[in-house]
Design a protein around this ligand. Structure first.
Ligand SMILES: CC(=O)N[C@H](C=O)[C@@H](O)[C@H](O)[C@H](O)COP(=O)(O)O
Length: 241
């Protein structure tokens, strides 16, 4: 059976908009589809124009409460490959068939179970747009040549080929714009100012996850900052207590 691809107007709907990634990691107390659906609704109420959601179960739960465009993905860790974001055509097809307008998949240049072109064909053939998660400009160029509709900077900092850094990869954003490649800015965007800067650098849309939907991580950032500060100074007033 062939599926019509969603109109690319989904992309125009997302132009210059905020997409919220609503994911809970394994082991997080939030890893429950009902909680993910509530977080997704909260993001929608706050003004998100799209949602990025992990797993078929979470996609079903979010679809039931929101009509926003969905970017679906799976995270499947295997021993034979480092590729874990939607590694197989079967997973991609399931997400598209559940109604995700876009399916995100790892399009990095590492040993992979399925070629990028095969993933793109599976996604587009099931009626969704193919969002290639990349870590470098070269990977983005290759993914576009293989037919991807748009790329995301989601994997910069997480592959051997990309710089590990605390900041979002603004350099990669600049390079993608210079190369004329449409991209979603994603990864380590922590503040509204950083999100706005990504748009200034040419992002089509901006995807924010942890800073909005991972309170466990946000707590870690605050706790670590306080630990560092406490090592620097403790006020004598406090010391006396
Ligand atoms: C590297 C990887 O596996 N990224 C995942 C991709 O879906 C998610 O864990 C991130 O939360 C998402 O990319 C948004 O980024 P941030 O949470 O930094 O705003």
């Amino acid at each position: 059976m062939t599926h019509p691809r969603p109109p690319r107007s989904v992309l125009s709907r997302l132009r210059s908009q905020l997409v919220v990634s609503v994911q809970a990691d394994d082991g997080s107390p939030l890893r429950d589809s009902r909680i993910i659906a509530a977080l997704a609704r909260a993001a929608e109420v706050g003004g998100a124009a799209g949602l990025r959601v992990r797993s078929a179960g979470d996609v079903r739960a979010v679809r039931a409460v929101s009509a926003l465009p969905l970017i679906g993905l799976t995270k499947t860790w295997r021993t034979d490959t480092e590729v874990y974001i939607t590694p197989t055509p079967g997973e991609a097809r399931e997400l598209a068939e559940l109604g995700c307008e876009l399916v995100a998949f790892d399009a990095t240049r590492r040993p992979r179970p399925h070629p990028v072109a095969e993933m793109v064909a599976a996604i587009q053939g099931s009626g969704a747009l193919a969002l290639a998660d990349v870590s470098t400009l070269a990977e983005a160029e290759a993914a576009m040549a293989d037919g991807a509709d748009v790329v995301s900077t989601a994997l910069s900092g997480y592959t051997p080929n990309s710089p590990r850094q605390e900041e979002p990869d603004f350099e990669l954003m600049r390079a993608l714009t210079a190369a004329g490649i449409p991209f979603f800015a994603e990864g380590r965007l922590r503040t509204p100012a950083e999100a706005a800067r990504a748009l200034d650098l040419g992002a089509h849309a901006v995807v924010v996850g942890s800073a909005i939907t991972r309170p466990d991580d946000i707590t870690r950032w605050f706790a670590a900052a306080l630990r560092d500060a406490a090592e620097r100074t403790v006020s004598p007033v406090t010391e006396a207590l």
